[in-house]
Design a protein around this ligand. Structure first.
Ligand code: MTE
Ligand code: MO
Length: 256
């Protein structure tokens, strides 16, 4: 008799527990659903083509602070021998590369100084500066990567040669294509990192048109989006310059 009683008490307890478990389970689903609905109702950040919900942007901003704080100009990206580089480098992204708005014969690199004055630097002068190779694994946020061989002059060398120390003390660098259709904003430590180059050769040959002739950015500490092809203007600021893909919802920092 006693045993049966104990059993039925146990069974009742068990029933109550499983009922509670079910209630908690459904409550969680309801909370999750409400949270999701809430997130979708949040205003978008001010990206021009939609952007993302502000709470999500906040998460990205926090990530960015964490990673940028860890960065130093000493962090080096792995390099490879030239022989490891792809013979045919993949081409991706054509914004700002339209042939009809670009005249190679009149191109000069424009560097806007803190004073507001602009330097106009011809390609020949850039080629006179020390040339280095960078062979690294180029990564695009779309998911592909490729070992590629690029050559040019360190960005930090340009700073040194043209006496742009005041500019280098600012927080960001902005770059645009000559037609201003594509543009990036990059934090100064990444720009001054020793593998960041103003690049004019791919596989030892002048850059092909669709890969940024005559001059592009190669910045191995960043994903492909920041490697602006065909630099028109470089400028400096303490606030974030506009960034094409950040305006379309991607992380502003996009560091590796
Ligand atoms: N002017 C310009 N530069 C650009 C882009 C673009 O659309 N226009 N796309 C970026 C992206 S998303 C990538 S992955 C790389 C690709 O460089 P590649 O064509 O040499 O592979 O260029 C970057 N620079
Ligand atoms: Mo990319």
């Amino acid at each position: 008799m006693k045993e049966i009683q104990v059993d039925s008490v146990g069974a009742r307890k068990y029933k109550r527990k499983s009922l509670l478990a079910f209630l908690v389970f459904f409550a969680m689903i309801a909370i999750g659903w409400a949270g999701w609905k809430w997130l979708l109702r949040q205003p978008l950040d001010n990206g021009i083509r939609g952007g993302i919900q502000q709470p999500l942007r906040k998460v990205l901003d926090i990530n960015e602070e964490v990673y940028s704080g860890l960065y130093s100009t000493k962090h080096l990206i792995k390099e490879y021998p030239r022989t490891a580089a792809a013979k045919k480098a993949r081409v991706n992204g054509y914004v700002g590369l339209a042939a009809d708005t670009f005249d190679p014969s009149t191109w000069k690199l424009q560097v806007v100084k803190a004073s507001g004055d602009t330097l106009f630097i011809p390609m020949d002068d850039i080629k006179k500066l020390p040339k280095i190779d960078v062979v690294f694994n180029f990564k695009c946020i779309e998911g592909w990567s490729q070992i590629t061989w690029w050559s040019g002059v360190r960005f930090s060398e340009l700073i040194k040669h043209y006496g742009l120390e005041k500019e280098a003390n600012m927080k960001f660098v902005g770059m645009n294509t000559p037609d201003e259709e594509y543009y990036v904003g990059i934090d100064m430590p990444s720009v001054l990192q020793p593998q960041t180059i103003l690049c004019y050769e791919l596989n030892g040959q002048p850059l092909p048109m669709n890969q940024g002739y005559p001059l592009r950015l190669i910045i191995p500490v960043k994903y492909g989006v920041k490697h602006l092809k065909r630099i028109g203007t470089i400028s400096f600021s303490n606030t974030r310059p506009p960034d094409y893909w950040a305006e379309r919802g991607y992380d502003y920092y996009t560091g590796l």
